[in-house]
Design a binder for this molecule. Structure first.
Ligand code: SF4
Ligand code: SF4
Length: 274
């Protein structure tokens, strides 16, 4: 941002608010700075950019489009984290340092280091939102990368699969497997989790008539955009063949269940309140 009277363009989270401060978030100069930063990201992580690598709908992709990034002056032939066809990472020649295979160990989401821009959002989400401390950034400089546990696969680490890191990731480095397999959702409906009594709010994101993912709803008063693994990923019950779709009542525990109309079920429930 440009925050007068500060003559420079500091990151929006760093300058303290002061008397008479005027903040500008949009200008040609700021656009050029943002474009330059995105271009540097893209030069280092070409797989993080563009539809060819991920969903094309990540926050990173959207920002690249917003700042008008159509090409990158530095090219994509330099040292990067993308696996090359000859199996050797460019500029370094060491697959063990520059390239790490996707981690598909978690049943619900994928971690692809080649698309990671090492922004640390996932680390902070795991620490500050979830409180599990399963993630860290290991290595220095170009070798920096996200690491689960003690350099383990996600499924072997302390990760409890809450999905907070996936939600926070601005690229497709951490992405729900359903989104990668079926594409981005087309619409959403705010609903309440059907599991426990906390009553977390979710956006049920749908493509056609299929739920693609359940996103914790930020305006949800019980959960403020966070949830546990069940509401986030274990929503298969919605279409399970054994799901009960009609109300049923029984007078005694020993009686068989009897399908009834909603009106009869509600009247019965109201009458049974004492
Ligand atoms: S899914 Fe949850 S517990 Fe696992 S690494 Fe991400 S934020 Fe941490
Ligand atoms: S949030 Fe995504 S891009 Fe950022 S460090 Fe984590 S995995 Fe990498």
């Amino acid at each position: 941002v440009y925050a007068r009277p500060c003559p420079r363009r500091p990151a929006s989270c760093t300058p303290p608010v002061g008397e008479g401060m005027v903040v500008h978030t949009q200008s040609d100069r700021l656009d050029a700075i943002r474009r330059g930063v995105m271009e540097l990201y893209v030069s280092d992580h070409p797989a993080a950019w563009g539809e060819k690598a991920g969903t094309g709908g990540s926050e990173f992709d959207k920002v690249a489009r917003t700042v008008g990034l159509t090409e990158n002056r530095y090219g994509v032939d330099g040292r990067n984290h993308v696996k090359q066809e000859n199996g050797v990472a460019p500029g370094h020649g060491s697959l063990t340092i520059d390239y790490i295979a996707r981690d598909e160990s978690n049943p619900y989401f994928t971690y692809d280091p080649a698309q990671c821009i090492v922004c640390s959002r996932c680390v902070r989400a795991c620490e500050e939102v979830q409180g599990t401390f399963a993630l860290t950034i290991e290595g220095r400089g170009f070798e920096s990368r996200v690491s689960a546990g003690m350099h383990e696969a996600f499924v072997d680490s302390e990760c409890v699969s809450c999905g907070a890191c996936v939600q926070a990731c601005p690229t497709d480095a951490l992405r729900e497997k359903t989104v990668l397999a079926k594409g981005l959702p087309e619409r959403s409906t705010v609903t309440t989790c059907a599991y426990c009594g906390v009553g977390c709010s979710f956006k049920a994101e749908v493509k056609g008539d299929e739920v693609i993912r359940m996103m914790p709803y930020k305006a949800g008063k019980a959960n403020h955009g966070h949830s546990c693994v069940k509401g986030r990923f274990a929503y298969g019950y919605a279409t399970h063949k054994d799901r009960i779709l009609k109300p049923m009542i029984r007078e005694r525990v020993s009686d068989p269940w009897r399908e009834v109309s909603w009106e009869e079920a509600l009247t019965h429930t109201a009458n049974e309140f004492r």
